[in-house]
Design a protein around this ligand. Structure first.
Ligand code: PMP
Length: 382
């Protein structure tokens, strides 16, 4: 099997793989009730959320989780601010527009983030009711300062909603301490499962916002459809609204246990350390990153400009060396860069990270770019 180093889906641990395999169970079977219920409790811990926050596990994906956030907090005619950092900010803004929300997008150059002053100006003195930001934008490798944005939103009386699809479980996020209202993700990234689940934790203020809506959200995405189900499972009672993927629920419990083993501090530090090594490798290969500054560079993936004379065929050349990486995603730059994921269970395998940098270096060499592969690999020598 090739090594899957795209920014999601990612390599998963052998224990998670085993938990997800086997015959499907009923969603009412005792082992599924236990896996579902225990996972909800563990999500609060992994999200560093308060006891009163409500976790949701949904059949679907990150997009499902985004749409739940886009439709349960605001009514048509309400205002919201979207912090633009790439492709997934556009998606969020479009979802909000379809809900009838008046959206102000605070723009940035690709590879940058809007200034806090610009976001503050868009929030004004409080007419926008919510601020949406992508914690790590998978198209640019840019990470926003979620803590500062959450505080800014709270100061202006707005909810803060963070798309953590490419971040949750890899990048520091302290939902309760930072006062963030919604943090959402998908199963196939740093959480470390196959694709198929949308995962959200929703704080009290956001749950209240749903209660005040005049226009109900779509039934399948309504907090009200799912809250009784989540509560039932957490109390270890079976319940039904729509069928969850039961094999993934078995895996979710194992993935969250693995994530929390050693604590979230260790988890964040592990991602930071791996990212530093990958970046040292890229630097030695003469590659530069799309994010404009170190402090806005994600730890979960690298978005790298193609060097002069090397085109998007690089990804296929790397593939020939047994490593799958991703091409560009942001339309404006699509053919000028490529992306490598480094999150989740693969970080326990330094040899896989080393092999990835080696494969990139050799592929660059095959396409005529002089790359010092030995120097790049020395980043992995401690
Ligand atoms: N947001 C971000 C930041 C993402 O990276 C992705 C997926 N790449 C999504 C949202 C959408 O998630 P999904 O593909 O699971 O629907």
């Amino acid at each position: 099997m090739p090594l899957l180093m795209i920014p999601g889906p990612v390599e998963i641990s052998p224990r998670v793989l085993e938990a997800c395999s086997g015959a499907p169970s009923s969603h009412l079977a005792p082992d599924i009730i236990e896996a579902f219920g225990a996972s909800l409790g563990l999500m609060r811990k992994a999200w560093l959320a308060s006891d009163s926050a409500q976790p949701f596990v949904l059949p679907g994906s990150g997009t499902t989780a985004m749409e739940m956030a886009a439709t349960n907090l605001l009514d048509p005619g309400d205002e919201a601010v979207v912090v633009w950092t790439g492709y997934f900010s556009d998606r969020m803004a479009e979802m909000l527009r379809r809900r009838g929300v008046k959206v102000t997008v605070v723009e940035a150059e690709p590879g940058d983030v809007p200034s806090l002053d610009a976001v503050g100006a868009a929030l004004g003195s409080g007419s926008p009711r919510a601020l949406f930001a992508t914690h790590v934008d998978t198209s640019t490798g840019v990470r926003v300062d979620a803590r500062a944005l959450a505080r800014l939103a709270a100061d202006r009386g707005a909810l803060s909603i963070f798309d953590g699809v490419c971040a949750t479980g890899g990048e520091r996020f302290e939902m309760q301490a930072w006062g963030a209202d919604v943090y959402l993700t998908a199963s196939q990234k740093a959480v470390g499962l196959p694709a198929g689940l949308g995962l959200l934790v929703v704080g009290e203020r956001a749950l209240e916002a749903r209660k005040r809506l005049r226009v109900a959200p779509p039934l399948s995405l309504d907090f009200d459809s799912w809250i009784p189900i989540m509560r039932a499972y957490e109390e270890r009672r079976p319940s039904y609204f729509a069928t969850p993927p039961t094999t993934l629920l078995r895996g979710l419990l194992v993935a969250l246990e693995e994530m929390l083993d050693g604590g979230m501090e260790a988890r964040f530090a592990e991602h930071e350390r791996a990212a530093r090594r990958m970046r040292a490798g890229w630097g030695a290969l003469g590659l530069s990153l799309l994010p404009k500054r170190e402090e806005i560079t994600a730890n979960t993936l690298s978005a790298l400009y193609l060097p002069d004379g090397v085109g998007p065929e690089l990804a296929a050349e790397i593939g020939k060396r047994g490593v799958v990486v991703a091409g560009g995603l942001l339309p404006a730059l699509r053919t000028r860069y490529f992306r490598v994921g480094h999150m989740g269970a693969v970080l326990k395998r330094p040899e896989a990270l080393r092999a990835t940098v080696g494969a990139v270096g050799e592929a660059l060499g095959a396409l005529g770019h002089r790359a010092d592969v030995a120097a790049a690999l020395s980043a992995f020598e401690t």
